[in-house]
Design a protein around this ligand. Structure first.
Ligand SMILES: O=C(O)CCC(=O)C(=O)O
Length: 239
């Protein structure tokens, strides 16, 4: 679902300003060994460029405020029929040239990964087709996992979805989009000269394990370290 104008323009402007501060003040965290950072190829230069901080709310009090906003929790409680708990939070900067993400579902078959997982997109910049907005494929979430449930992360083959059903999440600052952990989604490259900064806040139902964010990041870090080690990279750290 898309909800227009959940946040006010000045609130999002303050978060965008804080995102700039974080990028500057925490420049020392941007390191290929730091598993807080994500990277994307630049489609113009081929260079591997910084793309995201995951998590973000410990670096940005303004983003933390948006993640815990009572209006958002009210919306989530309506969708869940019960209170929600924050599970994960990231800020994708998607600077010009960033390649974008292949087709996937966010839910992964880990013992402690709740099926009630959903994500809320909070754009800090207008998100449109030119700067590589997220594309979602509605309805498929009802099927559940579309890859083997062995705990491995896999992208989905393009033919898993009907491309004509793609919904581009064209959003203005203040709008939010909500989709399930089982919703296939992807994004195209940012071919514009503007960033497409977007917060991704993920939540779970309170009755589906309670507050799990701390545990999730422990599991996630273990997963990432093992994944990097598989590729011969043993010097990773989290900061
Ligand atoms: O940047 C995007 O639009 C997609 C990001 C995404 O799919 C993810 O982080 O799971």
């Amino acid at each position: 679902m898309i909800l227009r104008g959940l946040y006010d323009t000045p609130e999002i402007a303050a978060a965008a300003h804080d995102a700039d501060r974080v990028r500057e003040e925490y420049a020392h965290l941007v390191n290929v060994q730091n598993i807080r950072c994500r990277w994307q190829d630049n489609v113009f230069t081929g260079e591997c460029q910084f793309d995201a901080f995951d998590p973000i709310i410990d670096l940005s009090p303004v983003c933390r405020g948006l993640a815990h906003d009572p209006r958002l929790f009210e919306l989530l409680a309506t969708l869940y029929g019960e209170p929600a708990c924050l599970f994960k939070d990231k800020l994708i900067f998607k600077m010009p040239g960033a390649k974008g993400y292949g087709l996937h579902q966010d839910w992964i078959a880990w013992e402690r990964f709740p099926r009630s997982f959903l994500s809320v997109l909070v754009p800090l910049d207008p998100a449109d087709e030119d700067n590589g907005c997220t594309l979602v494929y509605p309805g498929y979430h009802q099927v559940g996992p579309l890859t083997p449930t062995d705990g491995t992360y896999r992208e989905l083959a393009a033919e898993t979805v009907d491309e004509s059903q793609a919904v581009p999440l064209i959003l203005e600052p203040g709008d939010v989009a909500v989709f399930s952990g089982f919703t296939p989604h992807r994004s195209n490259p940012n071919l514009s000269d503007r960033p497409r900064r977007q917060l991704y806040f993920s939540y779970t139902r309170q009755s589906d394990g309670g507050e799990l964010r701390g545990q999730h990041y422990q599991d996630f870090h273990q997963f990432l370290k093992a994944k990097y080690a598989e590729y011969g990279k043993h010097d990773t750290y989290y900061a």
